[in-house]
Design a protein around this ligand. Structure first.
Ligand SMILES: NC(=O)c1ccc[n+]([C@@H]2O[C@H](COP(=O)([O-])OP(=O)(O)OC[C@H]3O[C@@H](n4cnc5c(N)ncnc54)[C@H](OP(=O)(O)O)[C@@H]3O)[C@@H](O)[C@H]2O)c1
Length: 264
């Protein structure tokens, strides 16, 4: 009898048995990704600075049968990260997936920006993901099976420049370089590094821009899809890059912007 294999060509998006750390996941895109990872079978670690929010999310998701823990840590406190991450590992194990999502927004010309705000932005948006990627990759390498995934949220500002927005793109373009540097360094050890470059998502951090009577319509008008993205539209890309289906994708930055950045 001829053998049949109905599932041989069906890609797997299962994250069963994987531990996924999603930074900055108390709200916004990070929370969507954390929920999507948990729904795909991963044991998820939320992260944020607001302990009450993390605790209530953990309870809410547990009620839905989703496996979620949390790491209450301000990632801007770079000096605390090695010890705090070690304590997290001792408590919940080594992450198989690191989703570097944390990021804050500063829209300013360089000539107007306050230096301490610039330093803080670079600390949260660039140095924290770099430091955490180093710590997590070292931990992944120490495991017998180092099939880890590092996924970093950049932005369409990770490739482009715009007048009046001089600081955030510096951090995000640094992250684009980091995605590729990690892919080259850790690929030979079986750990992949990829990025997601979101366009304009209707999250809290964009609420003011969306309401702006001039800039709001400009954003929508330039987008071939003619609308903002809903936060849950990040989930497919995030699950794909973490899943067995992306086993040969390395050093890629997947743009999720409705086509915004291909227009001029
Ligand atoms: N929204 C967009 O359209 C868009 C577009 C391009 C790129 N992105 C990128 O996507 C990522 C997420 O954006 P978002 O709009 O979802 O952000 P968001 O709504 O501002 O959420 C960020 C989360 O990060 C946490 N957070 C902030 N600073 C932190 C810190 N120092 N340590 C730990 N947690 C911290 C916050 O929780 P706590 O207050 O509890 O700490 C918050 O829940 C960012 O990297 C952003 O640059 C977003």
């Amino acid at each position: 009898m001829k053998e049949t294999c109905s599932d041989c060509f069906k890609p797997s998006f299962s994250l069963a048995g994987r531990i996924a750390l999603v930074t900055g996941s108390g709200a916004g895109l990070g929370l969507v990704v954390a929920k999507a990872y948990a729904a795909s079978g991963a044991s998820v670690i939320l992260n944020g600075r607001n302990l009450l929010r993390l605790q209530s999310l953990q309870a809410e998701l547990a009620e839905q049968g989703l496996a979620v823990q949390y790491w209450h840590q301000d990632l801007a406190a770079l000096d605390e990260l090695p010890e705090s991450f070690q304590a997290l590992q001792d408590r919940v194990g080594t992450p198989d997936i690191l989703f570097n999502n944390v990021g804050q927004r500063l829209r300013s010309r360089l000539q107007d920006a306050n230096w301490s705000d610039i330093e803080h932005l670079l600390q949260v948006d660039l140095l924290a993901p770099l430091r955490l990627s180093q710590l997590v990759a070292q931990a992944m390498l120490a495991k017998a099976d180092s099939s880890g995934r590092i996924i970093t949220v950049t932005s369409i500002a990770g490739e482009l420049a715009r007048y009046g927005d001089a600081i955030y793109p510096v951090a995000k373009q640094g992250l684009s370089a980091m995605v590729r540097a990690l892919a080259v360094e850790f690929g030979p050890k079986g750990i992949t590094s990829n990025g997601i470059a979101p366009g304009t998502f209707a999250t809290e951090s964009n609420a003011e821009l969306a309401k702006d009577p001039i800039k709001g319509p400009l954003v929508v008008g330039r987008n071939p899809l003619g609308r903002w993205a809903q936060p849950n539209e990040i989930a497919g890309a995030a699950v794909f890059l973490a899943s067995p289906s992306a086993s040969y994708v390395n050093g890629h930055i997947l743009v999720v912007d409705g086509g915004f950045s291909i227009t001029f």
